[in-house]
Design a binder for this molecule. Structure first.
Ligand code: DOR
Ligand code: ZN
Length: 349
């Protein structure tokens, strides 16, 4: 039996596009599929000013393929003491800066310039609330005494809740929610939304660790328990307006993945939509897929709706799909979700 559904063109509210040869290799996957993409600023050095964001956006657009003319990268600044509030204000006014992203220092890839306490940035968060600009948060404690699987909850309950209480009018997105408690935190607070990734929706820590450790599933926040995963699936497939797709697509070459210390990140720009479609199909919730991929995020970020749709068809015969890409400098990146992608075809209508 064939399943077919049409959805408005989706958006990716959290993506790492990198720079240089990696940018050139990956941006087409995002640009051909998604209309808007919130581009993360964790380059080296990080994107902390309007001119840096403008420059990065031009480099992205220079690499967008000609068959994806409608792609709109939205730029986030990296929360750091280097941000100047007047520069931020003018970046927002001119339409260059769409959000600010907070990283706890040391929590993940290129987070070394991040914060050691959110309370150090109340001056900036107050300016964001004033401007009506969202604060995007990598919610993960870096306290080494806290178990790695408990670090999202610890961060939410000791740091983010304080910011939220001090500045209740601040709009916040908890990025890549990975736990049941994280889902509850978003649900319990007004003005707080959450992105969810394809990998946190479909894999759990047993997939990561039980049958040979899988570097390609290693990311931050780390994929958590089966119970956490089921809470994510439940809220995503319920069309809850506070939750929407952010792939957290984060390419790393195999040379950085397969070694004594795997880099954190899953590259799922290529097949993330197929992976999510499979989740909704299995949950009997395909009629709510569009809310998660195309509607809720736009309402939260206040961007206009698209004029075209994608048709997704689930086939009974698995197709052959690529499982890696190769950059111009010869590096390979593994494409997450090839099994799911083999079952779906996606076309523009
Ligand atoms: O797994 C991750 N990879 N999590 C992040 O927060 C950053 C990302 C990256 O940039 O590689
Ligand atoms: Zn990320």
């Amino acid at each position: 039996m064939q399943t077919r559904i049409e959805i408005p063109q989706p958006d990716d509210w959290h993506v790492h596009l990198r720079d240089d040869t990696m940018l050139a290799a990956v941006v087409g996957y995002t640009a051909r599929r998604f209309r808007y993409a919130m581009v993360m600023p964790n380059l080296v050095p990080p994107v902390t000013s309007t001119s840096a964001a403008r420059g990065y956006r031009s480099r992205i657009l220079a690499h967008v393929p000609s068959d994806a003319p409608d792609f709109r990268p939205l730029m986030a600044l990296y929360c750091s003491p280097a941000i100047d509030v007047e520069d931020l204000r003018s970046g927002v006014d001119e339409g260059t800066v769409a959000a600010v992203k907070y990283y706890p220092a040391g929590a993940t890839t290129n987070s070394g310039d991040g914060g050691t306490s959110m309370l150090d940035f109340l001056w900036l968060f107050e300016a964001l609330a004033d401007l009506g600009v969202r604060l995007l948060v990598h919610a993960e404690s870096t306290d080494p005494s806290i178990d790695i699987f408990d670090r999202e909850v610890a961060f939410l309950e000791t740091e983010l809740v304080v910011v939220r209480d001090r500045i209740p009018e601040l709009d916040i997105t908890v990025e890549h929610v990975s736990t049941r408690r994280g889902v509850e935190f978003v649900t319990e607070h007004d003005r707080v939304a959450g992105t969810i990734t394809p990998h946190h929706l479909t894999r759990d820590r047993s997939d990561l660790l039980a049958e040979g450790m899988r570097p390609d599933l290693y990311c931050k926040p780390v994929i958590n328990s089966a119970d956490d995963r089921s809470a994510l699936v439940a809220v995503a497939t319920a069309a809850d307006p506070s939750f929407f797709l952010g792939t957290d697509s984060a390419p790393h070459p195999t040379t950085a993945k397969y070694g004594p210390r795997a880099s954190a990140g899953v590259f799922n720009a290529a097949y993330g939509l197929e992976v999510v479609a499979e989740v909704f199909e299995r949950a009997g919730a395909l009629d709510r897929l569009a809310a998660f991929t195309s509607v809720n995020g736009r309402a939260v970020y206040g961007v206009p709706s698209p004029d075209h749709h994608l048709r997704l068809t689930r086939t009974t015969i698995d197709a052959d799909v690529a499982s890696t890409l190769t950059t111009a400098s010869g590096e390979q990146v593994v494409l997450f979700g090839a099994d799911e992608a083999a079952r779906w075809t996606i076309e523009s209508v």
